[in-house]
Write a protein that binds this ligand. Structure first.
Ligand SMILES: C[S@@+](CC[C@H](N)C(=O)[O-])C[C@H]1O[C@@H](n2cnc3c(N)ncnc32)[C@H](O)[C@@H]1O
Length: 214
């Protein structure tokens, strides 16, 4: 082999080579199951026995963004029976905000310290590390469309919040939601990953971005 044959092989500039290496590194990163996979909405499968119906990706994102805007910089967000919002918040890498997931399903204990076991039947049975009125906003989606479930969940929500509430539940719960939490129905209509028979709505007790189109 002569030097002249080597000279015929096309050479990349050092700049182009660096860009190519960076591209391959990014590709590799996105295909390796990384730490973020556990925050994918739907990574934990719906269990209909527990009334689990996950939001669509778009709805989870919209609710997470609304919670961030409402909580403010360095804010604290409680997701009560709304695990997809918690997952989306963590997927967004908002390390500056504190987020807790209050859930009955212990599969969500994979989220460590941020998981708080919660049963709406015992609304104030919460661990000591969760002080009263310690969250800037509480996002809640009670498991059942009943007055009892909404009333008990509302007790938890009032205990946790410093003021702001974002509730997702059936359109049929509007009157009770207003009575219990002083919320009003928003224009935004939440969607689920599967079509549900019941009409769902979002309600807030403050002037929220969910009343505006994006
Ligand atoms: C209608 S789903 C709301 C989920 C929401 N759409 C989401 O995607 O995050 C109701 C939630 O309540 C939880 N749940 C079921 N039984 C419960 C109980 N006894 N106390 C509190 N939460 C409960 C379910 O695990 C589920 O996450």
């Amino acid at each position: 082999m002569s030097d002249s044959e080597d000279d015929d092989i096309p050479q990349l500039s050092s700049h182009a080579l660096a860009a190519l290496q960076e591209f391959y590194a990014e590709q590799k990163q996105s295909t390796i199951p990384g730490r973020d996979d556990k925050y994918n909405v739907g990574v934990i499968e719906e269990n209909w026995q527990l009334s689990q119906f996950w939001y669509s990706q778009d709805t989870a994102l919209r609710l997470a963004q609304e919670a961030i805007a409402a909580a403010g910089e360095g804010g604290r967000i409680a997701c009560v029976s709304a695990p997809s919002v918690y997952q989306k918040l963590r997927e967004l890498h908002r390390e500056d905000i504190s987020v807790y997931i209050f859930e009955y399903d212990r599969r969500f204990a994979i989220y460590g310290e941020e998981f708080v076991f919660y049963d709406y039947n015992n609304p104030l049975d919460l661990p000591g590390r969760i002080p009263e009125h310690s969250f800037d906003i509480v996002v809640a989606d009670p498991p059942y469309l009943s007055e009892e479930c909404l009333r008990k969940t509302s007790e938890t929500v009032r205990f946790l919040t410093r003021g702001k509430v974002l509730l997702c539940t059936g359109a049929v719960m509007e009157e009770q939601a207003t009575q219990l939490l002083g919320v009003k129905m928003c224009k935004f209509i939440p969607e689920h990953s599967r079509n549900l028979a019941n009409e769902f709505r979002c309600y807030t007790n403050y002037d929220s971005g969910l009343d505006y189109e994006t």
